[in-house]
Design a protein around this ligand. Structure first.
Ligand code: THU
Length: 129
């Protein structure tokens, strides 16, 4: 799938964002090594700590579908915001530093960064390889 197509999937997912508290809608889509695509949106909760970001919703959908290696990620917000630190660490669990991340706006415009650029030195545990 092209970056433009993955961005379109993320735009569609963003329409489902549940964000009555922040009014900040996020859509995300991941393509896996197997070539399948999973999407997610942010889902907020009246108990703030229970909210989940769009990026993590997409990654967890992929893992729930049996996929553990990501090939690309697209994220769409109104202003082209960067993924939060928590989501970067979760991405590092299932992707390498070369993972392309398409940071997009609802008009489809995007810039490409890698996970390694966004999270140069992720935490890794000597207990789990
Ligand atoms: N949010 C995301 O979905 N992804 C991020 O990387 C950062 C923030 C969501 C969480 C919350 O629903 C809203 O954006 C405002 O923080």
């Amino acid at each position: 799938m092209s970056p433009e197509e993955l961005v379109e999937v993320a735009i569609a997912a963003r329409a489902h964002a549940y964000c009555p508290y922040s009014d900040f809608a996020v859509g995300a889509a991941v393509e896996t090594e197997a070539g399948r695509v999973y999407s997610g949106c942010n889902v907020e909760n009246v108990s703030s700590g229970l909210s989940i970001c769009g990026e993590r919703a997409a990654v967890f959908a992929a893992v729930s579908g049996g996929e553990r290696m990501l090939r690309a990620l697209a994220v769409v917000t109104a202003d082209g915001s960067m993924p939060c630190g928590a989501c970067r660490q979760v991405l590092a669990e299932f992707a390498g530093a070369d993972l392309p991340i398409y940071i997009a706006t609802p008009d489809g415009a995007y810039q490409t960064l890698t996970l390694g650029e966004l999270l140069p030195r992720p935490f890794s545990s000597p207990l789990v390889q």
